[in-house]
Design a protein. Structure first.
Length: 318
């Protein structure tokens, strides 16, 4: 064994820059134990393969294979060289993966869906930080309500989307979700409404109230309607408003009540507005959605960036 080791050391001392394909040829011969089968696998002729292996042996100054009419066997030095070569090829694969992660992932573009009320969650700052960190990745932003974002994801119009609602039947099974923020729905009333004095309220108690509704294509609307129907009532809609500022202004004037994500409601607090929690709690989650098949290095990079942001955010609020 010492002789084999000494021979390998001598081999490395005589090492000169070799072409990677020569090492891959040696691996193929060692695996197939046949120049003919290896040549077939490599899509070259047996004489060409034999010539390349002979050239490799000459450059190293050692015999790698014992050739007979029936089979081809590795010499002791050849066995050790194959072990070294396997490590080299494996390392090259890791280097290539590293390049894909840190180089290819830093250039390109991402088509990203965003929803109108994402600002209060801090996602604007997230996008700004990402863009400053990766200036060569172009973000193409498409703003729409959550239902429309679901359609755009399904059609492949966008690569990924922030959303607080996802229709599982509308989105393909290969769509992955990455939860970022855990939130809840709350009731929003004027400061003079009887509910304003309450800390918590059961949704069923609001069945006779008049609601100022968000857009029908918003995630909050779909979820709230679902909860109302589960309790056996249809909420009375007085107005629909696409603007939270308008909706909350109408509420402040006593023209109706509404609901919103807690994060959104707190950020839009205006004079004469009160927030009441639901009991039982009505949870909702802000997630990043992306198709698994469309996860390019750039998108994978963005997903990891968002997950780190979410972890930092949760640690801050603990």
């Amino acid at each position: 064994m010492n002789n084999v080791h000494n021979e390998s050391v001598a081999l490395l001392r005589r090492w000169r820059p070799l072409e990677i394909h020569q090492l891959k040829y040696a691996l193929a011969v060692a695996k197939n134990r046949s120049f003919v089968r290896a040549a077939y696998e490599l899509c070259i002729t047996p004489p060409a393969l034999s010539q390349q292996i002979k050239k490799l042996e000459d450059e190293l100054g050692i015999i790698l294979f014992e050739r007979t009419t029936r089979n081809t066997r590795l010499t002791p030095a050849g066995t050790e060289l194959i072990e070294i070569t396997q490590d080299i090829i494996s390392s090259l694969g890791k280097i290539d993966a590293l390049k894909n992660k840190y180089h290819d992932a830093e250039e390109g573009h991402i088509s990203l869906g965003i929803f109108p009320t994402m600002g209060p969650y801090g996602l604007m700052a997230l996008l700004s930080t990402f863009q400053n960190t990766f200036p060569k990745i172009k973000l193409d932003l498409y703003e729409a309500e959550c239902i429309e974002l679901n359609r755009m994801l399904q059609k492949g119009t966008i690569d990924a989307a922030f959303s607080t609602y996802a229709d599982k039947e509308q989105l393909a099974e290969e769509t992955d979700s990455y939860p970022l923020v855990w939130d809840k729905l709350v009731l929003v009333t004027s400061a003079h409404h009887p509910f304003a004095a309450r800390k918590k309220i059961n949704l069923i108690e609001a069945k006779d109230e008049e609601f100022i509704m968000p857009p029908k294509s918003s995630g909050a609307y779909i979820e709230m309607m679902g909860f109302c129907h589960s309790l056996g009532f249809e909420p009375k809609t007085k107005y629909h408003s696409t603007s939270n500022l308008t909706r909350f202004g109408l509420i402040a004037e006593g023209l109706g009540i509404s609901f919103a994500s807690s994060t959104v409601a707190v950020s839009y607090m205006v004079h004469n507005i009160s927030i009441v929690e639901f009991e039982p709690r009505i949870p909702r989650t802000l997630s990043l959605w992306a198709f698994r098949a469309k996860q390019t290095p750039q998108i994978s990079n963005f997903i990891e960036f968002c997950q780190r942001w979410a972890e930092t955010r949760r640690a801050h609020f603990v």
